[in-house]
Write a protein of this length. Structure first.
Length: 507
């Protein structure tokens, strides 16, 4: 696959460009993103679907600008897809042929099922989910895909979209109330076409409408983390908010905490979203910052892996390790660090009693423990925290992102950064659990840095943690001595210099 791949997605409402850079077999990251509100479908639904000159002109200038950007970034491959506005338009092919002739850009018009499947490929690979139904509300259509056991199994496209509903019902209306009812009946009639298996308590919100609503909910609930992707909310807790938006006047939309650039279609989009959620039997919604564009890219990247990352691979972790090149690059040494942590975590279960519930997060943090040193060795753990917070984009819950990042930050004497814990405490384990995990993480780092591939074991009895090593731990002793503990207990180190030869480990 090309090292840099550009994806253009032409929707009824917006056109977007993204450029991904591949760093290894499964590693990639976003290096450019641009958007233009072309509204290519503007006026079309009132003109038997024909694209109108105003939308065509905006689309042409946008695509021309995108191509300049692609050239500047020296992308090796460009893929361009178009959705409902062009597939519904009788003159859609005329437009694509003209664009190819004028700009040299080949546009592939995809059907609704393909559009839904792209969104499902992105969501199933880049969100922490196994099952659910994706909902991607566009300008002309709403595309749904059913995901089971991490794989898309069915998709469906409904002829309801924000621009379509706006032009058919709201633009000409004098009174919002009867118009709202007519639009609901139209949407419900479309929803009755959905196969019966499209029922699930978890909905995956893709696209501008779902993202805008999630941001509004995050704002009104004072959510502590400014990250949209993988944000989850209970529908019952925000039902009144979601049902009030479609009934609002345009002037009163500001009270909902929504972005102004979404005012023109958010009432229509929320109405569609509400009706779909009710029909599916949704209880929870998880927000997705990925969709068709990422699906197009992943279809290329994962073609030989049956369109899914291997279970042991997280693309964010791979990308970070590729780009920030941690000091422990030999896989054998990296595994040794994880083994030390697992042994210590297991021994301390007598006190923690958490069934090692956070072993995965602990291991991820240890893999990333030296990434901050790529920038500078001074305050490297702080740099590592910010890198992790920004770059752990895919496949993690917000709780996991925060815990991993916080552990990366904890490399020193203290086990808890009180300011960070207070800021994010609603998404973190209890303070004592965080202190224990920080202790395990930091002690593991100290031992691994000083052990030179030693065989290390632990015991924890009578409030004494004993560390056994078949090689000297001289450099670690001073650090361990000053390390804060989550409770009162002693630490004894028995290494090569202290253990009689006939009792040393491995002899």
């Amino acid at each position: 696959m090309s090292k840099r791949t550009a994806i253009i997605d032409i929707g009824s409402n917006s056109a977007r460009l993204v450029i991904f850079e591949k760093t290894s077999r499964y590693g990639f990251h976003l290096i450019c993103e641009q958007k233009s509100k072309v509204r290519i479908g503007e006026g079309a639904y009132d003109k038997e679907g024909y694209l109108q000159p105003i939308g065509i002109r905006r689309a042409f200038h946008t695509l021309k600008s995108f191509l300049y950007t692609i050239d500047k970034y020296q992308a090796n491959k460009t893929l361009c897809v178009a959705t409902s506005a062009l597939r519904d338009a009788p003159n859609g092919k005329v437009f694509t042929d003209w664009i190819q002739k004028e700009l040299g850009l080949k546009i592939k018009i995809i059907d609704g099922k393909k559009e839904a499947n792209y969104g499902a490929i992105a969501a199933s690979n880049l969100l922490p989910i196994q099952d659910g139904i994706t909902i991607d509300i566009g300008g002309g259509s709403s595309d749904l895909a059913l995901i089971k056991n991490g794989k898309p199994i069915d998709s469906y496209s409904l002829n309801v979209g924000t621009v379509r509903i706006k032009e058919l019902f709201f633009d000409k209306a004098l009174d919002a109330s009867p118009t709202h009812k007519e639009a609901r009946r139209y949407i419900q009639k479309e929803l009755n076409r959905l196969p019966e298996q499209f029922k699930h308590p978890l909905a995956i919100g893709i696209g501008g409408t779902a993202r805008t609503l999630s941001k509004g909910i995050m704002k009104r609930s004072k959510y502590p983390l400014d990250t949209l992707h993988a944000f989850m909310y209970n529908l019952d807790a925000h039902a009144d908010y979601l049902h009030a938006i479609p009934l609002s006047s345009a002037k009163n939309l500001k009270r909902f905490g929504l972005k102004k650039n979404r005012y023109d279609t958010i009432r229509e989009g929320t109405l569609i979203f509400n009706e779909i959620l009710a029909h599916l039997g949704t209880k929870k919604v998880i927000s997705s910052a990925v969709g068709v564009r990422e699906g197009v890219f992943l279809e290329q990247l994962l073609r030989e892996a049956r369109y899914h990352f291997p279970k042991t691979i997280n693309p964010s972790i791979v990308s970070i390790l590729d780009r920030f090149k941690p000091l422990v690059t030999i896989e054998k040494k990296r595994k040794m660090k994880l083994k030390i942590a697992t042994k210590l975590y297991r021994v301390l279960q007598v006190q923690m009693k958490d069934n090692m519930s956070y072993e995965k997060e602990l291991h991820h943090a240890l893999r990333l423990s030296t990434i901050g040193k790529t920038l500078t060795i001074y305050k490297a753990h702080q740099h590592g925290f910010y890198i992790a917070m920004q770059e752990l984009n895919y496949g993690f819950t917000h709780e996991e992102i925060l815990l991993i990042s916080l552990l990366v930050r904890m490399h020193g004497k203290e086990l808890l950064n009180k300011e960070l814990f207070e800021k994010y405490h609603t998404l973190l384990p209890s303070k004592q659990v965080v202190r224990w995990l920080s202790f395990i993480y930091t002690l593991t780092v100290f031992l691994h840095e000083a052990s030179n591939a030693a065989n290390i074991h632990f015991t924890f009895e009578n409030k004494v943690l004993t560390i056994y090593s078949d090689k000297p731990l001289y450099l670690a002793k001073e650090k361990i001595k000053s390390l804060e503990k989550p409770m009162v207990f002693a630490i004894i180190i028995e290494d090569e210099s202290q253990i009689p030869k006939h009792k040393r480990l491995g002899i």
